[in-house]
Design a protein around this ligand. Structure first.
Ligand code: SF4
Length: 225
């Protein structure tokens, strides 16, 4: 079966995943979409996303809440002494590097963007510490722009499904944002993160209980449960 045939399964797959998961409730970053004031929402989503890198979702939520009780604006985070910030975010892992990134990003937003998180991809990427996935999370989750943030779960599952054939997340991002219809882009990341954590796990997917197995050619899967 060729890629075109695999792509024809997108509507069925998306329907099944949407029925199974409620992404707006279940991931920390998605729940944050509900905040009202847009700059405060964008900044908090950006900071929570930076804290979530290589961390568990539960710990990201707890640490983000603790941090936002003390400081929730670029000015306030830029002012926190590094040692104190490291202590607050300690359990997110890589706390030393993350504290540096949080302070640098806050300072840049203050200095170059007048305290407002940019809604432009190039401007976001021009800030050291913000990579393509984080930029797309901010654009999609905070500003409602139709763009798919690609992390490991999205990259792995969509390759196994045969929708794309890519070696890294950067290439996946370009391809997925071309082939996936706009109507699926808003929830795409959240659905595949939940699906990847529970079923289509990176090292050994649980194909036997997968709700979309009839649509999956399992490309590249060597070991499964
Ligand atoms: S069948 Fe297996 S490889 Fe395919 S999507 Fe489901 S869990 Fe992933």
């Amino acid at each position: 079966m060729n890629q075109k045939n695999h792509l024809s399964r997108i509507p069925e797959v998306m329907q099944i995943l949407k029925k199974k998961y409620n992404p707006r409730e279940k991931t920390t970053l998605n729940r944050m979409r509900k905040n009202k004031t847009s700059n405060s929402k964008a900044f908090k989503i950006l900071i929570a996303c930076l804290l979530s890198l290589r961390a568990r979702d539960e710990s990201t939520e707890k640490i983000s809440e603790q941090l936002f009780k003390i400081a929730e604006t670029p000015k306030a985070i830029a002012k926190i002494p590094t040692k104190k910030l490291e202590k607050i975010i300690f359990s997110s892992g890589h706390y030393h590097k993350k504290a540096q990134t949080l302070k640098h990003v806050s300072q840049e937003i203050l200095k170059r963007f007048n305290g407002k998180v940019p809604s432009n991809r190039e401007q976001l990427l021009s800030i050291k510490g913000i990579g393509p996935k984080t930029a797309n999370i901010v654009l999609n989750f905070a500003y409602g722009i139709c763009i798919i943030p690609v992390d490991v779960h999205v990259h792995v599952a969509t390759n196994r499904l045969g929708w794309i054939s890519t070696k890294n997340a950067e290439k996946s991002e370009t391809e997925l944002n071309t082939i996936i219809p706009n109507k699926y882009k808003y929830d795409f990341n959240a659905l595949f993160v939940l699906f990847g954590r529970e079923i289509c796990q990176t090292f050994s997917p649980k194909c036997s209980i997968c709700p979309i197995k009839q649509y999956c050619p399992r490309i590249g899967v060597k070991r499964s449960r």
